[in-house]
Write a protein that binds this ligand. Structure first.
Ligand code: PGA
Length: 236
């Protein structure tokens, strides 16, 4: 069974949510679906049919942190997954690995699963540094983590996010193998790894055939519910 995570980013309006939800409620799927809604709408996506996720959280439980939402609050809404270290958080909000590590630990402390995003930018790829970048992100974001049953890693080459460009099948397979071997080598444990970056109904089946891909993190193609349904149905 694959894990298919919708990252809605900062899309949808309140009035669009019912249609999104109803459509998702009324299709049948065999894989596990997680919807990571914009923060304001997270509670509206509670469902028996798919899991609730968030796109971010803060590292403190409560207090004077205007505008932030704690992992504990997300847990109290019924969230099961929280995306951490997404490249858009890293680039626009200057989140660094040590801060992302604190978020991972906080999500775990609240009995939810972090979906930790790692991946390289174009220049790093062209310089042959993809694995060095991934290695550093893993080393610094996974400090203090000892149970990989409760954590998911998403390999998201940054140059592929929202661009329509995707790595070759071999590149995806090798990067995911690298991540799994890193966790195995350092922690003696297995970890689930998703692929993210321009996944859509035209490529999801092929990427899903790669044997070490445990699922997908889907941005653009999850925003329109019909696109997302098509994605889901391609790998049912
Ligand atoms: P994309 O985004 O599917 O639009 O490339 C993926 C992501 O940012 O998680």
């Amino acid at each position: 069974m694959k894990l298919i995570v919708a990252n809605l980013k900062m899309n949808l309006l309140f009035e669009e949510i019912n249609v999104y939800k109803e459509t998702l409620e009324n299709i049948s799927f065999t894989n596990k679906i997680v919807v990571c809604a914009p923060m304001a709408f997270v509670p509206l996506f509670k469902s028996d049919k798919y899991s609730l996720g968030a796109q971010n959280c803060y590292v403190e439980d409560k207090g004077a942190y205007t505008g932030e939402v704690s992992a504990k609050q997300l847990k109290s809404l019924g969230a099961e997954y929280v995306i951490v270290g997404h490249s858009e958080r890293r680039s626009y909000f200057k989140e660094e690995n040590d801060f992302i590590n604190k978020k991972c630990l906080k999500v775990l402390e609240n009995n939810m699963l972090p979906i930790l995003c790692v991946g390289e930018i174009t220049e790093e790829k062209l310089a042959g540094n993809t694995y060095n970048v991934i290695q550093k992100e893993l080393a610094e974001c996974l400090v203090g983590i000892n149970n990989f049953d409760n954590l998911v890693i998403a390999y998201e080459p940054i140059w592929s996010i929202g661009t329509g460009l995707i790595p070759s099948v071999d590149e995806i397979k090798d990067a995911i193998a690298y991540i799994k071997e890193y966790v195995k080598g350092n922690y003696r444990q297995e970890v689930k790894v998703l692929y993210g970056g321009s996944v859509n109904m035209n490529n999801i089946f092929e990427i899903g055939q790669i044997d070490n891909v445990d699922g997908f993190l889907i941005g653009t193609s999850s925003i329109n519910i019909n696109d997302f349904v098509n994605d889901i149905e391609k790998i049912n």
